[in-house]
Design a protein around this ligand. Structure first.
Ligand code: ADP
Ligand code: MG
Length: 194
């Protein structure tokens, strides 16, 4: 019974060989100091989060440090929430202001996040998973853009997920569209299982 319960909790992952190979190669790149940013898109329930779980497993097997941030789907999460989760998973605390008096103050926060990610990637390779970008606040999306633009020579792989079509509010959708231009995209289709 214990075995059955374990199997039911973690149903085995099937297929997606090409996508897993792409992510595995991206992790190899990051370990070699070539940072990558990958966005996994596709319909709700198609398997985006499951694919990120698969790359997390590869990272664990290779001894690569990792952190997972999952966006909060409801109202009420403070700004920077997903980055707070990421740094908590890395054993660091992130204390940024919740309200910002100016664009310069916001940029200083973005740079603090990006600088900390770069510092980690300069020490040892890391995998960061950011799940469900549609629920991420705009400041955190901007921070991700700065991260994506500044990790090319560091040991950082960032994998983010986003439903397709993108259900984000307009102020986020415009930032996500810009973010997609920084990313290697993986678009998931159905598994085609009978
Ligand atoms: N490659 C796969 N092999 C087996 N089950 C999968 C696979 N991809 C997704 N699933 C299952 O389908 C369901 C939805 O997947 P999920 O990754 O949560 O989708 P999404 O994040 O795209 O909404 C989950 O129950 C998951 O276990
Ligand atoms: Mg998901």
């Amino acid at each position: 019974m214990v075995v059955v319960a374990a199997i039911m909790r973690r149903p085995s992952f099937v297929g997606r060989e090409a996508e897993r190979a792409l992510l595995s190669d991206a992790l190899t790149d990051a370990v070699a100091g070539r940072g990558r940013f990958i966005m996994v898109t596709g319909a709700r329930g198609i398997g985006k989060t499951s694919l990120t779980d698969a790359v997390v497993k590869v990272a664990e097997d290779r001894g690569v440090a990792l952190a997972i941030g999952r966006a909060w789907p409801g109202a009420g999460a403070p700004p920077w929430w997903i980055w707070t989760e990421v740094f908590e998973a890395l054993g660091e605390s992130l204390a940024l202001p919740r309200t910002l008096a100016s664009d310069e103050a916001r940029f200083a926060c973005l740079e603090e996040i990006a600088q900390r990610v770069r510092a980690r990637g300069a020490k040892a390779p890391i995998l960061l998973v950011l799940d469900d970008l549609q629920d991420v606040d705009t400041s955190s999306l901007l921070a991700l853009t700065l991260v994506a633009r500044t990790i090319a020579r560091l040991g950082v792989l960032v994998v983010a997920t986003l439903p397709d079509p993108d259900p984000s509010p307009p102020e986020s959708a415009v930032l996500i569209a810009a973010l997609r231009r920084e990313a290697t995209s993986i678009r998931l289709e159905g598994l085609g299982l009978a």
